[in-house]
Design a protein. Sequence first.
Lengths: 178, 226
Amino acid sequence: MLRKQLLSLLLLALPCYAADSQWVLTNSTLTYHVSHPLHQTDGVSHAARGKGVCHDGQCDFLIATPVKSFESGDTNRDLHMIQVVRGAEFPMVVVRTHLPESAAGSTTIRADLQIEFAGQTVQYKQVAFQLEMHGNEAKLSGTIPATLSDFKIAPPSLLTLPVKNDVPIRVEMTWKSQ
Amino acid sequence: MTSILRSIQLLSVLLLLSSGILAAQTENQPAASPPSAPSGQQSQEQKPPQNNLPNAPSSSRKEPSLSDLGFSSSQTQADPKLQALLDKRTHMLKVHQRMGLITTIPLIAAIFSSAGAGGKNTGSASRDLHVALGAAAGDLYGITAYYAIRAPKPPGTPTKGPIKFHKAMAWIHGPGMIMTPILGAMAFSQKNNGEKVHGIAQAHMPVAIVTAGAFGAALLSVSVKF
């Protein structure tokens, strides 16, 4: 009798200890857009990896991608991009954010992002993302309003004309709950 | 008596479990964080403190780290040598670009001055001007080419995009820029001797046109998106 009671108590107590859940980034497309009077360029990376750890209803997310994984369709431009953003010295773009677990229930979330890139750490507050839940998968999309000056990057120029300061980064990610 | 004992045992088990749960929850309690600030950005130098964002991950929780993501050390470690190589490459290609643009000036001028350099014109002034402009274009072209050829490139980098066409054009305008002045010198000499331009020297103008065309196409391929 006592064994049964103990067992049921233990089973009841288990969820209290195993409250942590995790999210893993399964698919991603990150696209930066550069505007120049003569060119409109998009650099795309599918190499991002990410992890989210949830506890007590709060989740910490970390997403990272190598700088050199961005491809614009022109290897010369990509090498120049790596040079300009000092991608060999600071080879990773790292994004950290923190969200309540309850955010999974909304269609729009606003996240405070901390981005490490080009030797700088910049915080973007209340960046809006669209969220779609499909079972245990979450599809997230949005645009980070990044600028070159935020990261102290000198705007590259072509034919003496510099590119625009705004470099919005389109984010499309699929996360899976584990 | 047995039932009382069982009750005591059950109670102690409950107490033990509840104390365990409480302890676990206290350990994982997130640190108090200030309320979210309105939108805006702040920039800092690298190696950031990770908990200065209003609702950034708290240090008391087990946050995911870069090592959890499975990137290899070669991907995450800084490579100052590669950065230095890229800096040198960018510097040299910037000079290449600038010199290429400057080269177009005497090149176009040489094309226009060619109208007075050939034909039945017996005077040498316009021919000399054409030679001077052609020589200036040739010299500047040489410097432009040097900076492109000597610009270092990280090993194993493929060539993709408009730069492929830009480089392919060099196989036309490169030999053209060697052939054009040679043929020009031959034509110049024949003309100065009072002869009609003949033989291979006749190819000076067509070769010059093809060379200038390839040069222009190379310039446009990296300047304008087709």
